[in-house]
Design a protein around this ligand. Structure first.
Ligand code: G6P
Length: 612
């Protein structure tokens, strides 16, 4: 979702900000803009469309100036157009703002500003905020920093902000509440961004602002304080990934690169945590809360999107191996339902970005109600990672493609390790079974590699369905959440309507949709549901549906029934989700490419959903 970039230093700001915005494109956006202070004057460019459109707007012009802010906007208030694009400049031109988040009471503020003579160019809450800060600055005769704090004390809502005051052209201001903002610390220069990706090539020193903090950056230093004007000592953390890891590395799309990275990302999630010789699982990040997990009455898993599907796999894992009652909830539903949570409950939040607004709000609510809250996050230092009592980083590396792939398999591996570690401590899993699963986990990277080797065949299968308008995905047991995930992947990037269903539920509705145009992707590996799923395939074929079956290597029975089969290596049924999802990721990828869709930045979607 919206992205912020800011720069102050000795270099020319424009190219640094442009590059930073390109780094943030993956978050999803529909317009972009930059404001720089060029020879003491404000220079503003913004437009609907891509960062490349913004570059075209200034082609041939030289833009100097070593202080500026930029933004990629994902529309919430007001349609995506040139006027509503950020930065927004206040009526008298003194305050320039880029903003992520939503100012909920902007209508009330707008009305009072109108009464004071303000007029507005667009419909956004951000323009109102710029005017509000300016109004305070001009009428109360305070510094820009003070005006920002007075305004933010009156604002209800969420914000990550980059602000310039044209009267104070050597300062760059930032503020945060609910929407992330990080400051990169260089030598005599500072970078500001919504996440570390625009910063990593300049410095590995990062300061994450906390909620209700304001930062003032000058070429001489950084000053952080809270909204009550109390000074805060900055905590500098180290960026843990390299600039190389956020490039496409020779692949046509980030999504394809990330799918192919899974053998490594899975190994990275397990690295140092599974010790083969001693058959032990060491999860340092949750060791302190392990007694709580072992004695928990219930684990409530809370997440959104793909992370929610990983949570559903977690339900099967925790129930089977740790014998703990599990509920899996969409964060957006959970947070508003006044759920019954006690101190005996553990709430496990799963989030790739660690910034999803609903998941973060659910975490805070569960904490307030006394639950122990544990996180599984990919982005180190993210809000969710920082606010949970304990957690596991997936260490899958930066995920740039909007459609989540390697983050999913790493989340499931993290959940598997957790379930086995807890099950072992609770005495609910036999030694032999435990050892079998440890070996199975360690073999996974190699097995995923084998699935990836079949990509040419998967591409051919995809070709047959590139014109489909609908699709059904069926799976049972551990593979039911994978069916949901397969359908989500197809919807997200190829815009084909797709539904995931437990295979046995097909008879309760989806079967009515089946005709000779309907592809049905069936997860039909040799597990305890095999015969039942074969029956489902026959039911689809009897109605002339097209069946693509994901089967265990060497299966000849289904090969006779289905239109296409895609083989995956034999593996323990509890570990199958991490293998079986890979062909589904590839199918959606290939179909989307064949349909000429924007794979890495699908329309209307955002990588990191920082507003509810
Ligand atoms: C967005 C992304 C999805 C992601 C979901 C949850 O919808 O496009 O890929 O699964 O948010 O994000 P999280 O970062 O919390 O896992």
């Amino acid at each position: 979702m919206c992205g912020i970039v800011g720069y102050i230093g000795d270099r020319t700001a424009w190219p640094i900000i442009i590059k930073g915005l390109q780094r943030l494109e993956y978050r999803g956006y529909d317009s972009a803009g930059i404001a720089v202070i060029d020879e003491g004057k404000l220079r503003l460019n913004k437009c609907r469309g891509r960062v490349s459109d913004l570059q075209n707007q200034v082609k041939g012009q030289s833009i100097s100036g070593s202080l500026g802010i930029g933004h990629t906007r994902w529309a919430t208030h007001g349609e995506p157009n040139d006027i509503n694009a950020h930065p927004h400049v206040s009526m008298n031109g003194k305050i320039v703002v880029v903003h992520n988040g939503i100012i909920e009471n902007y209508r009330t503020i707008r009305k009072s500003l109108q009464d004071a003579g303000y007029t507005f160019k667009g419909e956004t809450d951000t323009e109102v905020l710029a005017d509000f800060i300016e109004y305070i600055y001009m009428t109360q005769h305070v510094s820009a920093e003070q005006a920002i704090k007075v305004a933010l004390n009156k604002v209800i809502g969420a914000y990550g902000l980059g602000i310039i005051c044209t009267d104070e052209p050597d300062k760059l201001f930032g503020a945060r509440k609910g929407s992330p903002l990080a400051v990169g610390v260089g030598q005599g220069e500072y970078f500001m961004a919504s996440d570390a990706t625009p910063i990593v090539e300049y410095t590995d020193k990062l300061v994450y602002l906390e909620d209700e903090q304001v930062v003032v950056l000058t070429r001489q230093g950084m000053e952080i304080s809270d909204l009550k004007d109390v000074h805060v000592d900055p905590v500098i953390t180290k960026i843990e990934f390299s600039a190389d890891s956020i490039d496409k590395g020779g692949y046509e799309h980030f999504m394809l690169k990330e799918i192919h990275e899974q053998p490594n990302s899975l190994a990275d999630t397990m690295r140092g945590r599974i010790v083969e010789q001693t058959q032990s699982i060491n999860l340092g990040g949750i060791s302190e809360v392990m007694p709580k997990l072992v004695s928990a009455n219930r684990i409530i898993i809370v997440a959104c999107g793909t992370s929610y599907h990983a949570g559903l796999v977690g339900e099967y894992l925790f129930e089977q191996f740790a014998r703990i009652n599990v509920e899996v909830e969409y964060a957006s539903e959970f947070r508003y339902r006044d759920p019954i949570i006690s101190e005996e409950d553990v709430v496990l939040v799963i989030s790739q970005s660690g910034e999803t607004a609903d998941t973060l709000a659910a975490l805070r609510m569960a904490k307030e109600k006394g639950a122990t809250v544990i996180g599984i996050c990919n982005v180190v230092g993210s809000s969710i990672a920082r606010e949970t009592h304990a957690g596991i980083y997936t260490h899958a590396g930066p995920e740039i493609g909007v459609a989540s792939t390697k983050a999913f398999t790493s989340q499931v591996v993290a959940l598997t390790m957790m379930a086995l570690a807890i099950g072992r401590k609770r005495g609910k899993i036999e030694d032999a079974r435990y050892s079998e699963l440890i070996s199975g986990l360690l073999q996974l990277p190699e097995l995923v590699e084998r699935v990836l080797k079949g990509d040419e065949h998967i591409k051919e299968v995809s070709r047959a369905y590139q014109l489909a308008q609908n699709a059904i995905y069926l799976g049972r047991g551990y593979l039911f959440p994978v069916a949901l995930e397969g359908a989500l992947k197809l919807k997200e990037i190829s815009y084909i309507h797709a539904e995931g269903y437990p295979a046995a539920e097909m008879k309760h509705g989806p079967i009515a949709l089946i005709d000779n145009c309907m592809p049905v992707f069936v997860l039909a590996t040799r597990d305890k549901y095999y015969d039942k799923v074969v029956n489902n395939i026959q039911e689809v074929k009897a109605r002339k549906g097209q069946v693509v079956a994901i089967v265990t290597e060497g299966d000849t029975e289904i090969a006779r029934l289905a239109d296409y089969v895609i083989e995956i290596p034999e593996c323990d049924e509890a570990l199958l989700p991490m293998l079986a999802v890979v062909p589904l990721q590839l199918i959606s990828y290939h179909i989307a490419v064949m349909r000429r869709c924007d794979v890495d930045q699908p329309r209307n979607l955002a990588k990191s959903v920082t507003v509810e």
